[in-house]
Design a protein around this ligand. Structure first.
Ligand code: NDP
Length: 248
């Protein structure tokens, strides 16, 4: 009962927040502002703020008394694949030596990842009931394909960005490879596609809530990045869109 109330409130909060986030620029990375309070190391901030999602989901999965099948193990594996990269690999690859982010952002992200890890981990550990035959279900196959495409776009685009700087550099350049030819933020688009695929694959409300939150977090950020690129670089490609090729 408490779980259901939390889940619906969480979805409601995402819908309420979207128009607000469209007006606020999240102050981390290129948009970091000291007016948001004390600053902490960018790299360690990433590790700490993503850790709840990496830990809480598997803990609840293992503690939960729901049936464990190849299907639920696969879902756990995909979650760990994404969050091991995001929590431990991505921050170590960033070339952001000496850069900071507001502690407020870290605390807000801990709350987000804690709640998201809880809602999805509790569902997968205690409530989910996928028989082995679900592996051949069209939702599983189509969702998996969407997830895989999203993950590859996200990883490729993150890699392109991280390789723009030579060791020791901290400035910004115009990315020109991969999907950056069409949009300013394919890393964000990839992540949105990824969790939309996960929601299709798992066909559940908690995973849908995560897909929704990802879009609510990342569409405003992509629009902010796009405006920032256009302002910063007079030679920024005019035809490039923010997050959806040829459209937006
Ligand atoms: P950004 O695109 O802002 O930055 C990614 C990394 O690349 C940072 O290290 C950044 O450095 C560097 N970088 C970015 N652009 C340039 C450039 N033009 N020249 C040189 N270096 C550059 O990504 P985010 O920080 O927004 O997100 C990182 C990852 O986390 C993404 O894959 C995103 O999808 C994911 N994410 C997921 C969320 C979710 O709700 N699921 C929420 C937020 C992020 P610097 O830090 O110095 O700017």
């Amino acid at each position: 009962m408490i779980y259901t109330i939390l889940l619906y409130s969480w979805i409601g909060l995402a819908i309420l927040l979207f128009p607000i986030l469209l007006r606020i620029t999240a102050p981390y990375g290129r948009h970091t502002k000291s007016t948001w309070g004390p600053l902490v190391s960018n790299r360690w901030g990433w590790v700490i703020m993503e850790l709840p999602a990496l830990l809480i989901f598997p803990i609840l999965f293992f503690v939960g008394d729901g049936p464990k099948t190849y299907v639920t193990w696969l879902f756990l594996g995909l979650w760990l694949l994404h969050y091991t990269n995001r929590t431990l690999v991505f921050p170590l690859r960033t070339r952001t030596k000496g850069k900071k982010m507001p502690l407020t952002i870290v605390l807000m992200a801990i709350c987000f990842n804690g709640m998201n890890g809880y809602l999805n981990g509790y569902y997968m550990g205690f409530m989910a009931d996928y028989g082995e035959s679900y592996l051949a279900d069209p939702r599983m196959m189509i969702g998996f394909a969407i997830f895989a495409v999203g993950l590859l776009i996200n990883w490729q685009s993150d890699a392109i960005l991280l390789n723009l700087r030579k060791p020791g550099e901290t400035g910004y350049k115009i990315p020109k490879k991969g999907l950056f030819r069409y949009i300013s933020c394919p890393n964000h688009l990839g992540e949105i596609i990824e969790w939309a695929g996960f929601a299709v694959m798992t066909w559940s409300l908690p995973t849908l809530s995560f897909a929704l939150w990802t879009a609510v977090n990342l569409i405003p950020r992509a629009l902010d990045h796009h405006r920032w690129y256009r302002k910063k670089f007079p030679d920024y490609p005019k035809e490039r869109k923010a997050i959806i090729p040829f459209l937006w």
